[in-house]
Ligand binder design. Sequence first.
Ligand code: ACO
Length: 429
Amino acid sequence: MTNSATLHLPGQEPLEIPIIRGSENERALDISLLRAKSGYITLDPGFVNTGACSSSITYLDGEKGILRYRGYPIEELAQKSTFVEVAYLLIHGNLPDQYQLTEFSKKLSNHSMIHEDMKHFYDGFSSTAHPMVSLSTMVASLSAYYSEATGRASVKDLHINSARIMAKVRTIAAFSYKKSIGQPFVYPLDSLPYCANFLNMMFSVPAQPYEIDEDHVKAMDLLLILHADHEQNCSTSTVRVVGSSQANVYASVASGILALWGPLHGGANQQVLDMLLQIYENGGDVDGFVMRAKNPNDSFRLMGFGHRVYKNYDPRAKIIKEHCDRILSKLGVQDPLLEIAKKLEERALLDSYFVERNLYPNIDFYSGIIYRAIGLPSNMFTVMFALGRIPGWIAQWKEMHEDSQTRIARPRQIYIGENARTYIPINQR
Ligand code: ACO
């Protein structure tokens, strides 16, 4: 097996570039010494072809539509595991035994309350503020309460800080929702498992008894598993970049939440629902929206379609679609938006524009329909994505800090501005 490639640059001796191979035979050229040896850098806007780290957390093959967490196929985890177990797997590297799982779950219960002072933060937000704003702000603010998380020290204390983030993010998210609808905050209950605890904080009110629907719990658990990690996407790379400066884990995760919010990334799940509603209100005009998405002079894109790495059906979207009908019928919900989504997908997948560009539904295409059936408003969809992604961000942050090759993230650039010029005093310009 060849271990290097030879690079011929104009006017220079041939340069040997080491070839790196991953455990699934992924190949990379190690160009870390390229500039030192040749004076050249590589230019790759959007990091389309750039590996930023080696990782043993998540494997994905976008051509074949494969996704595995720590070696376990996503299909199997979705069918057999729970979100808390998957979180443990991602953070610690292996599935927990019963004792480990119980202890991990206990930690998530014990840390679910937020400092009472933090409740006042909500008074500073208008009730119309997007819940991603309060989520990111308040996760960053946790550093003010847990100062031992500062800098490198936060790696040592990660077991406790990761439990705090995972546990408290639920409470913060549910309180944001309660604030937005003017209802009193409902405190977490240690006796309830992870998802049930969240749903109770979201939907129970002091004035009436609330019964947690097990089907809602299962649907949420499934969606959180599917969102738990996705290797070096925009938000995870943000968490790593911010963490590489030795910013604490709360600051790093808060940055990830903000990166996730963008409509081209996790924010797409809310946009998909808005798009489906628009189509519904336009009398189900699926063809008109497909035409708009294809028009190069129209900035409109089919939200929930396309992916940087999947050039095949996103395996997470496949699982969600398979569960959509079952979950909705179990919940007794008939949602016309599901039919519109299916029609839109069918129409797009027959169209040469989408076929030639390998554009398939991604994770955001069908997830909102399930969240809607559970009773979540669309502005909470990206918050739900963030809740699911927290263990992935923590695992990636931990792995980065434990990797002796980690250096502060600092890309280079090709400067295309003015050459050196002389300063002209203002009265002479
Ligand atoms: N609708 C219409 N055309 C599309 C779409 C879409 N959803 N997605 C990509 N295209 C077209 C582009 O216009 C481009 O066409 P061209 O070659 O004629 O210029 C081609 O497909 C390639 O698209 P790029 O934007 O270059 O692909 P990139 O990898 O940079 O972007 C992205 C990926 C951002 C996901 C893109 O597909 C998109 O905007 N999708 C809609 C938003 C979305 O659903 N985001 C969620 C992604 S999943 C996640 O982050 C959790």
